[in-house]
Design a protein around this ligand. Structure first.
Ligand code: PEP
Ligand code: MG
Length: 587
């Protein structure tokens, strides 16, 4: 049994599918016989050719759209790809050891890793990142279907598949999203990691921080995940199995039952209306948001478009994508966030420098500011897509008033340029900032004078407030939305919004957690944006609590001094309100 972090609620009993590393399959695969070798060599050579064609295109595109220096990164990838020794080593693996092309490639990557490991830490990391990128590109051309699929089929079981992996990279998150996975366990990553966000957006149970599980689990093992308590059980005994299967049935029955409230308004038991919006990463998520009864998209994380795009999406591609999200969004209402790359999400063409503290470094709006041409293209594409619905633009990680003024100027300039060029765009686009850096929260009064709305990114706000990496399981207990400091900071921001009449949404993960929602309601929040899967649960919760009740709870909570006391108090209140909904609480 493993105790990790509960990142997405629910129980699943299934079979493990073990992946290790970004290139997927850890198990070495061999060709059936000698006769398969020539075809495998041809398959590899073709993948290499296609990967080189991709890179030629990217070098040209990046040079025009971003700059010559950035395109050098891809020139270096071409060099890696054209290195005759790479070709020779992979051919040798296929011919000599009769490996499949992906396994031969994996073996070469391991060999390079050990060579680089001897040549100094920093250089090693940067070079390995480039190598992984190149190898992943080749691998993508080796398989028409993603790497995980054949093995999934090979499991030969009707049981749900539980993915067990060290970590999920941003670029993998979307392709995994399309696979028949019923649960996710990772060794690293916290409650707001990509794996967490992915599993929540699909409504599947997940646990992260299950350290050491990769060494123990084998593909095909029976496995249980309890995503509410962060428990993973490998090869459970018969009694456990019976108990967990019952919990699994209860969970899914309740989930089906709850979604019936899809067409009902979201309101408290005294009739107070609340807006429940959805956080989405893809067009498909936006459609899901409509299906579960969200009233709009409260956060579209555009970086996933960039992370999964084979090269750089240009203005037309971005416009098309944003338009589709707007059209699929409930009531055609969407808040589109500009790029929030950096930290743990990187694309090589925007520069990949080794940073000691990537989350405190060159990420998000800071990165956009340094690529003004690129940033303007994104703003133009959003403004153009805004003709197709009610669209707002949201700027992540604003820290100072100067930054806010700068983005406001850039939006005005983009509007003027579109007008001058006679390109149609949405006239009534509101702009807002994410409050996710404590410095911005502390100076909230000044920011509210110059923005249309704000959205609180509690995932980041909390990690920066308590100085604890949101993706590090070792310090996850500090990243607790139900801690006195977090609640005080939120109260300060909500009070300022009330005084100035500024619309405020909270779009971090706490917006979908029942106990947190109770407090947020009492603090006066009326707009929540969450993973679509949570909308039915939260809507049910709202109907079971009144405004005075929530205010009473919050008043009590603010008297308490520790997170444990706060959690205990809210757990009791939630239990009184609805035992059913406890099944959906997590972290
Ligand atoms: C947040 O920080 O709370 C947020 C919603 O943004 P992200 O999780 O994408 O950083
Ligand atoms: Mg954030």
């Amino acid at each position: 049994m493993y105790k990790g972090i509960a990142v997405s609620p629910g129980v699943v009993v299934g079979v493990a599918y073990c992946l290790d590393g970004p290139l997927g399959q850890s198990e070495v695969r061999k060709l059936p016989d000698e006769a398969a070798i020539p075809e495998e060599l041809e398959r590899f050579d073709r993948a290499l050719r296609l990967a080189a064609e991709d890179l030629d295109l990217i070098v040209a595109k990046v040079a025009v759209q971003i700059g010559g220096e950035e395109s050098d990164i891809f020139r270096s990838h071409l060099q890696i790809l054209r290195d005759p020794s790479l070709l020779a080593k992979v051919h040798e693996g296929i011919k000599g050891a009769r490996l499949t092309a992906p396994s031969a490639l994996q073996a070469v990557l391991k060999e390079y890793a050990s060579v680089f490991a001897r040549s100094g830490q920093e250089l090693f990391q940067e070079r390995m990142a480039d190598l992984r990128d190149v190898f992943a590109r080749i691998t993508a051309h080796l398989d028409a279907s993603p790497a995980v699929d054949p093995a999934l089929a090979g499991l030969g079981s009707d049981e749900p598949i539980v993915l067990v992996t060290h970590e999920i990279l941003p670029s993998q998150a979307i392709s995994l999203g399309e696979m028949p996975i019923a649960g996710i366990v990772t060794e690293v990553g916290g409650g707001t990691s990509h794996a967490a966000i992915l599993s929540r957006s699909r409504g599947i149970p997940a646990v992260s921080g299950a350290a050491g599980i990769i060494g123990q689990a084998r593909t095909g093992d029976q496995i249980v995940i309890d995503g509410r308590d962060g428990i993973v059980v490998l090869r459970p005994d018969a009694e456990m199995l019976v108990a967990y299967r019952k919990m699994q049935r209860d969970f899914f029955e309740l989930k089906d039952r709850l979604v019936i409230n899809r067409d009902q308004p979201a309101c408290l038991s005294d009739g107070t209306l609340v807006e429940l919006l959805a956080n989405v990463n893809t067009v498909a998520d936006a459609a899901t948001a409509s299906g579960v009864g969200a009233s709009g998209v409260g956060l579209y994380r555009t970086e996933y478009l960039f992370l999964t795009h084979p090269d750089v999406p240009d203005e037309e591609e971005q416009y098309e994508n944003y338009r589709k999200v707007v059209e699929a969004a409930p009531d055609r209402t969407a808040t589109i966030r500009t790029l929030d790359l950096g930290g743990d999400k990187t694309v090589p063409y925007l520069g990949r420098q080794h940073e000691a503290n990537p989350f405190m470094g060159w990420r998000s709006i800071r990165l956009s500011f340094e690529h003004p041409k690129f940033f303007e293209v994104q703003i133009r594409a959003i403004l153009r897509a805004a003709r197709h619905g009610k669209v707002s633009i949201l700027f992540p990680m604003i820290t100072t008033l100067e930054e806010l003024r700068h983005v406001n100027r850039l939006v005005d300039e983009a509007r003027r340029n579109l007008k001058r060029a006679g390109i149609p765009y949405g006239e009534d686009v509101k702009t807002g900032v994410m409050i996710e850096v404590p410095a911005a929260a502390l100076c909230i009064e000044a920011l509210l004078q110059e923005t249309d709305f704000i959205s609180i990114g509690s995932n980041d706000l909390i990690q920066y407030l308590v100085a604890a990496d949101r993706d590090n399981p070792k310090v996850a207990h500090l990243c607790d939305p139900l801690s006195p400091a977090v609640l005080r900071m939120l109260r300060m921001v909500f009070d300022a919004c009330r005084r100035t009449g500024t619309p405020v949404t909270l779009c971090g993960e706490m917006a979908g957690q029942p106990r947190s929602v109770l407090v947020l309601l009492g603090l006066g929040l009326r707009r929540f944006s969450m993973s679509p899967a949570f909308v039915p649960t939260i809507k049910t919760l709202l109907s079971s609590v009144s405004t005075p009740q929530a205010e009473r709870f919050t008043h009590q909570v603010l008297q308490l001094k520790t997170r444990d006391e706060i959690r205990r108090y809210l757990t009791e209140r939630l239990h009184e309100i609805s035992k059913d909904l406890e099944l959906f609480d997590f972290t």
